[in-house]
Design a binder for this molecule. Structure first.
Ligand SMILES: Nc1ncnc2c1ncn2[C@@H]1O[C@H](COP(=O)(O)OP(=O)(O)OP(=O)(O)O)[C@@H](O)[C@H]1O
Length: 494
């Protein structure tokens, strides 16, 4: 095992051999339970719903709907008769001869729907074995994709992320949910910067449902470097990444719909994933890195990396940083050229032993004279960005840069390109408008905000006093080449 932080979590209940629970018919066998003095029938329906109905009544009675339910809620009384949607159910826990069902129900709507954890009454069975069997069936149906064995996940907790409460929040909020779903969880806690990369490089990834980061985007970035530096990177990228939002920005969680810890933990229990683009970051002669979120320069990096000392403020530090940058309003010299999104990439030639191919960048001689020194010498199909000073400047691989700001509303998990969003002649009032409108992406309509879609980018930062950053992590402030790898990785989605 890797480090002192390693810990294998058992769900608390024994996972008995489910060989007997082969068919759907057996999965949905009803059992008789009691709650207080009443007798109920608990059954997993073929569509995944669980119903607990008073014995003898044919109609499934739901405490979640209708006038009676509203009255009961008003009187703060709940009934043990209930019905839980399969989509909400995650599993349950067993205490002696009783079980309790756990679900995550939708709370709020609109653009950022979240889920809240709900726990049913305790239902008593004839024996502990019966209670365990029922919970096992509930887990199989709701969180195990009907498999007979519990899915395994790796959780990497960064105790330094956000305001420093990630480990505690994980223990209080997330760990019980994963245990109720019966997932096999291998926990690692990072002890230093760069540790998440080392953990991922050493992991046995085959058969894993997901690698789950409890932290911010820096932790995801480190895990991604770990994936891509493995000799078996091609197999590794098939294992989905997930982020439980415990950092400051939490962009991967935001883009995946994991707007809260409970919502993101529910998504891990459900285990649905989508392909998503990542990109190569090349700074010759340095080693290639990989990004999943953004390449930023100037104002955006100053408001992020420049407010590291205000970490205790949480995400508010970004708002403070943005206001400060708007008031200071600096111009940053830059040169950029891009390979348009609509232009087809050259054919891939050669092997991919050292990572995914970069056919667009391979057509350039990256160590030769700087291609942007003389626009006439730009390689075929590349275009120069006309402006040579910027204030805000960020190439986004995903729409949300954190839980609050949708900086590139037209971007997506698998568009095959980056959206470069920048300003060149921004006045302070425009900066304020951008700040106010970025929450719904309407800042793109503010005069002076430019958007260019691209498959590849070369960027030369020419000012000091700021940073060049990938996914919020500072990289050397030197020429950088970026190329997108469409749909290379997988992400767990809510
Ligand atoms: N045990 C640790 N002690 C100190 N630093 C750590 C430790 N583990 C990881 N780190 C470093 O913590 C830094 C911050 O983590 P992370 O980026 O996840 O959180 P954040 O900055 O709050 O969130 P975001 O990146 O979403 O804004 C990372 O650069 C990582 O290298």
């Amino acid at each position: 095992m890797l480090d002192t932080g390693d810990r294998l979590l058992s769900s608390g209940d024994s996972h008995r051999d489910l060989g007997i629970l082969e068919s759907q018919e057996i999965l949905s066998q009803p059992i008789s339970v009691t709650c207080g003095k009443e007798v109920f029938t608990a059954q997993i329906q073929p569509d995944g719903r669980i119903s607990v109905s008073p014995k003898g009544r044919r109609q499934v009675w739901s405490a979640e709907s209708g006038l009676l339910a509203k009255l009961l809620q008003l009187c703060a009384v709940t009934s043990p008769g209930t019905q839980i949607e399969g989509e909400e159910l995650i599993g349950g826990i067993v205490v002696q001869r009783s079980f309790q069902l756990w679900s995550c129900s939708q709370h709020g709507s609109g653009k950022k729907p979240t889920r809240v954890l709900r726990k049913s009454h305790f239902y008593q069975c004839e024996s502990r074995e019966k209670a365990e069997d029922f919970v096992l069936r509930a887990r199989r149906q709701s969180s195990w994709s009907t498999s007979t064995s519990a899915p395994s996940i790796v959780v990497i907790i960064n105790p330094h992320s956000g305001t420093g409460r990630a480990a505690q929040r994980y223990k209080e909020v997330v760990r019980p949910i994963l245990a109720a779903a019966g997932l096999q969880v291998l926990e690692h806690t990072t002890t230093h910067a760069g540790h998440a990369t080392a953990i991922v490089q050493e992991l046995e990834l085959s058969g894993l449902r997901a690698v789950v980061m409890v932290g911010g985007d820096g932790t995801v970035w480190e895990a991604l470097q770990g994936y891509m530096s493995r000799p078996d990177w091609r197999d590794a990228v098939r294992v989905p990444l997930a982020q439980l939002p415990a950092g400051s920005g939490n962009a991967l969680a935001a883009n995946a719909g994991g707007w809260s810890l409970v919502t993101a933990a529910w998504a891990v229990c459900k285990g649905r994933s989508s392909p998503f683009d990542v990109f190569s970051v090349v700074q010759p002669p340095g080693k290639r890195k990989f990004g999943f979120l953004s390449v930023a320069y100037g104002m955006i990096t100053n408001l992020d990396i420049g407010t590291e000392h205000l970490r205790w403020l949480g995400p508010l530090r970004f708002t403070y940083g943005a206001l400060r940058q708007i008031i200071l309003r600096s111009d940053w010299a830059i040169r950029m050229a891009y390979y348009p999104l609509e232009t087809a990439a050259p054919e891939v030639s050669g092997t991919e032993l050292d990572g995914p191919a970069t056919p667009i960048l391979d057509a350039l001689d990256l160590n030769a004279a700087r291609p942007m020194d003389n626009p006439g010498s730009l390689p075929q199909d590349w275009r120069m960005v006309p402006e040579d000073t910027v204030q805000m400047c960020v190439a986004c691989n995903l729409p949300w840069l954190d839980l609050d700001n949708q900086v590139a509303p037209q971007a997506g998990f698998s568009t095959g390109g980056l959206d470069l969003v920048y300003t060149s002649q921004m006045q302070r009032w425009q900066g304020l408008q951008i700040l106010l409108k970025a929450s719904d992406g309407s800042h793109l309509q503010v005069p002076g905000v430019r958007l260019i879609k691209m498959k590849a980018l070369m960027l030369e930062p020419l000012s000091s006093g700021t940073w060049l950053a990938v996914d919020g992590e500072a990289i050397p402030r030197e020429r950088v080449y970026i190329e997108v790898h469409p749909g290379l990785c997988q992400v767990i989605t809510a």
